[in-house]
Design a protein around this ligand. Structure first.
Ligand code: BTN
Length: 249
């Protein structure tokens, strides 16, 4: 890990550790958690050398182009909390993008932040010893080196650079109320921001695929897909939206 953790606090006196380069902000937040760091600790970095994505994938971005942030949460042990916290982070990330870039950011289940069909960010929640870490990666100022489609960077979409510090502040401000909300409220907010519900989808599972209409979320935040014969509950998978009629996307 290079760089200095400056330990500055934002307007809400939150402990924010800012690094130049780390392996993964999720990994650093988890390590600090194991050393006793308190609930709410935030880790950000300009660059990750081993950024982690969903389902064991890598999350890569050139230095200085992205908002890379992880938050340490210390929930009371409750099964499924990591998934719900991930949905809360995805919602907060989408709302921050709307605030700072003025885009209509929505959520592709479970935790992709999309503008139209283009992915501007992703969220990864991981349970660790006595804590949950939720991390978000948002493509913010990629300049001429835009992420490969269907990825997109906010600056490309809006035609000017976006303030990453302000984006972080907005994300953190939105995150707390979603984490504190009753589960029903969180799920209602997520449904309202969903780009997936009501769409025909193909879901890639570890083995096989499910094709059908995304009709609902369960109380655990899992996706319900009606395949024409029965309702299937998807706990984990890669969703592809069918093209909307009359759309170029
Ligand atoms: C996805 O696969 O879409 C989720 C990507 C999550 C990436 C973020 S970047 C900050 C945090 N640290 C990581 O190693 N991963 C998450």
């Amino acid at each position: 890990m290079t760089g200095v953790a400056d330990g500055t606090a934002n307007a809400r006196s939150r402990d924010i550790r800012r690094y130049d380069e780390v392996s993964s902000t999720n990994e650093v937040a988890a390590a600090l958690g194991r050393q006793g760091a308190p609930e709410g600790l935030v880790v950000t970095a300009e660059h990750q050398t081993a950024g982690r994505g969903r389902r064991g994938r890598r999350w890569q971005a050139p230095p200085g182009t992205s908002l890379l942030v992880s938050v340490l949460l210390r929930p009371a042990p409750e099964r499924g909390y990591a998934h719900l916290a991930t949905l809360a982070m995805a919602l907060a990330a989408a709302e921050a993008c709307a605030d700072l870039a003025g885009v209509c950011a929505r959520l592709k289940w479970p935790n992709d932040v999309v503008v139209g069909e283009r992915k501007v960010g992703g969220v990864l929640g991981e349970a660790t010893t006595g804590a949950v870490v939720v991390g978000a990666g948002l493509n913010v100022n990629w300049g001429a080196q835009a992420p490969p489609p269907p990825g997109a960077s906010l600056d490309e979409l809006v035609g000017h650079p976006v303030d990453r510090r302000a984006l972080l502040d907005a994300l953190l401000a939105h995150l707390d109320p979603h984490l504190a909300a009753p589960r029903d409220q969180l799920l209602a907010d997520y449904r309202a921001a969903s780009a997936t519900l009501g769409r025909r989808v193909t879901v890639g599972l570890w083995a096989g695929t499910v094709v059908g209409e995304a009709v609902d979320l369960t109380a655990e935040g899992h996706l319900v897909v009606d395949d024409g014969q029965r309702r299937r509950v998807i706990t984990m998978g890669d969703v592809v939206h069918a093209r909307l009629e009359g759309s170029d996307a």
